[in-house]
Design a protein around this ligand. Sequence first.
Ligand SMILES: Nc1ncnc2c1ncn2[C@@H]1O[C@H](COP(=O)(O)OP(=O)(O)OP(=O)(O)O)[C@@H](O)[C@H]1O
Ligand SMILES: [Mg+2]
Length: 314
Amino acid sequence: MKMINTLTLNPAVDKILHLEALQKNTTNRVLRTDTAVGGKGTHVSMNLRLMGRASRAFGLAGGAGGRYVIDSLTRWGVEPHFIYNPGWESRTNYLLVEEDGQCTLIAEKGESPPEKDIAALIKKMESLIGPGETLVLSGDISNCPDPLIYNRMLAALREKELKVVLDAGGETLREALAWPPYLIKPNLDELSALLGRTLRSVDDVVEAVQELSRYQIEIIAVTLGSAGAVLRTEAGIYQATPPAIKVKNTIGCGDSFLAGLLHGLAESWPLERALQWATAVSAASAESALSVGFEAGRAEALMQHVKAKKILGA
Ligand SMILES: Nc1ncnc2c1ncn2[C@@H]1O[C@H](COP(=O)(O)OP(=O)(O)OP(=O)(O)O)[C@@H](O)[C@H]1O
Ligand SMILES: [Mg+2]
C-alpha cells in the first residue's frame, strides 16, 4: 500500500474529565483532566505514527483549538496539512471517563468553516496526494453545511484512483455504497442503522456483511466492541476476538483498530495477522485513559492472546 492520507474536517480539542462516577442533577467533581487532539482522521494518523508509519493528515482547523491540533500533530511526528484560519474556532469535545471504565462523549457540533477554506483544502489534496494512494475519510462532518462534502472531494480527486477508506455512519455511509469505497469500518450500531434492523449476534453480522457483498467494497470490517470484529473480503469472512482486559476508555478504539488494520494491509500481512494486530492495538487503546494512542509493548503482548480465524470461505 502506498502513502496513507487522512482527512479531518471537524477536528477537536478533547478534554478528558476523569470522574469517580457520573451523577445527573448534582455537582460532579473532576479528579483529573487530560487534553488530547480529537477527530478520527487525526487519531488514525497518530496511531499509525506509533506503529512507525508515516501519513499525511489533511483537514480544516480554526482559532486556538485548531492551532492546538496542528501543533500537537507536529509534536507527534505527523505531517499536518491543514488549512488554518484564525477567524473561526475548532470545537471542544468533553469525554467523561468514570472509574469503572464507562465513557460518555459530549461533542460540540463545531463551527462551519468558510467555503474558501474548503476549496483551498481540496486544492491542497489535489496537489499532494499521488495516484493509487489511500485516503481515510472519517468521523463527524456535522460542521459542514454540505452533507455530501466527501462526494465533492472525491469527484475532484477521481483521476487519482485512490483507495478510499470510510469510517462513518448514517447518511455518509449510505451515500458511500455507490462510490464504492475500498474499505468501510462500521461498528455494530452503524451497520444496524445501515441495514435498518438491530443486529445482535456474530451470526447476524455475518449475514449482514454477506448482504453487502453486492456492493463492490473490497474490505468490510465490522467492529463489535469487547466482542472483537468480523471482516469480509472476497476471500471469505474472518473473525477476531480480543482477550478480556481492564477497560479505561473505549472512545477512539475504532480509530486505533482502523490504523492497525491499515498498517497490516500496507505491510502485506496475511489478513488474519492484520486483523489480529488491529484487535490487539485497539484493546491496548481501550486500556489507555486517553482517546488516542496505546502502549506499543502492550499491543505486542496482547497480540499473542487475540484469536483471529477465517470462519467462512468465499
Ligand atoms: N472492552 C473492550 N475489550 C477489548 N477490546 C475492545 C473493547 N472495546 C473495544 N475494543 C476493541 O476496539 C475495536 C473497536 O471498538 P468499537 O467497536 O467500540 O469501535 P467504535 O464504536 O467505532 O469506536 P469509536 O468510534 O469510539 O472509535 C473492537 O473491534 C475491539 O477490537
Ligand atoms: Mg467508530
